[in-house]
Design a protein around this ligand. Structure first.
Ligand code: ZN
Length: 201
C-alpha cells in the first residue's frame, strides 16, 4: 500500500506557511514503513530539532482505480479516519530552500500516524475534526474548509498513479501546526469522537 499526502489544502494553513493557495492538488508519498503502529508512542527522531504535528482526515481506498472521474470518486471510499502527518519542519525548510525532494522531512519511520478507527460516512460534508495537545485544542477544522475535496483529490491523483485497495490519502492540515516535545500527548477527534491518542517520547 502507499500513503498519499496532500499539501496546502486549507487556506488558513497555506497562509500560516506564507504560501499561495495552489491551483491543483499538491501531493507527495510516504512509504508503508512510515506507518506508526497502533498504540505505539512517537519517538522524536534525532535528526530533527523541530518535528511538527499536522492533523489530517484520512480516506481509505476500497477499490482499484485509474483516471477516475470526480463524479465517480465516491465509489472508491466509504470510511474516514484521522491521523498525523509528522513533519521534520527544519529539514523540510532546508529541502525547500535547495529545491530538493521532501522525503527526509516527511517520509521517515513513524511519520504517518493512522488512528485505529475509521468511520463509515454518507457524505463528505461537515466532517469536523480537531487535535488536542496536552488537553488543549491546537487544531480544529472541517472537511468543508478543504480547497480540494476528496473526490477532486482522487480524480487528480489517479491520473498519475493507480489507486489500490488499502491505499491511504491524507487530505492536508488546517492551521495551527506546531512543534512537539518529549512528554506531550496528542489526541485526535472526529465529530467529538476520540480516534487516537499518542504519547511523544
Ligand atoms: Zn500534511
Amino acid at each position: 500500500m502507499k500513503i498519499i499526502c496532500i499539501g496546502r489544502n486549507y487556506k488558513d494553513h497555506a497562509k500560516e506557511m506564507g504560501k499561495p493557495v495552489p491551483d491543483a492538488p499538491i501531493f507527495f508519498l510516504k512509504p508503508d514503513s512510515a506507518l506508526l503502529l497502533k498504540r505505539n508512542p512517537f519517538f522524536i527522531p534525532d535528526f530533527s530539532k523541530e518535528v511538527h504535528y499536522e492533523v489530517e482526515l484520512i480516506f481509505k481506498i476500497k477499490k482499484v482505480g485509474k483516471s477516475i472521474d470526480a463524479k465517480f470518486s465516491n465509489n472508491y471510499y466509504e470510511e474516514v479516519g484521522l491521523g498525523i502527518d509528522f513533519t521534520a519542519r527544519d529539514l523540510q525548510q532546508k529541502c525547500k530552500e535547495k529545491g530538493h525532494p521532501w522525503e527526509i522531512a516527511k517520509a521517515f519511520d513513524q511519520s504517518a500516524l493512522v488512528g485505529e478507527e475509521f468511520l463509515k460516512i454518507n457524505s463528505i460534508e461537515n466532517i469536523n475534526f480537531s487535535l488536542h495537545k496536552n488537553g488543549e485544542v491546537v487544531q480544529k477544522s472541517s472537511s468543508d474548509n478543504m480547497i480540494f475535496d476528496i473526490d477532486e483529490i482522487i480524480s487528480y491523483v489517479s491520473k498519475f498513479m493507480t489507486l489500490k485497495i488499502g491505499d491511504l490519502i491524507f487530505t492536508g492540515t488546517p492551521s495551527g501546526v506546531g512543534s512537539i516535545s518529549i512528554g506531550d500527548t496528542l489526541e485526535g477527534f472526529i465529530n467529538e469522537k476520540k480516534i487516537f491518542k499518542v504519547n511523544i517520547k
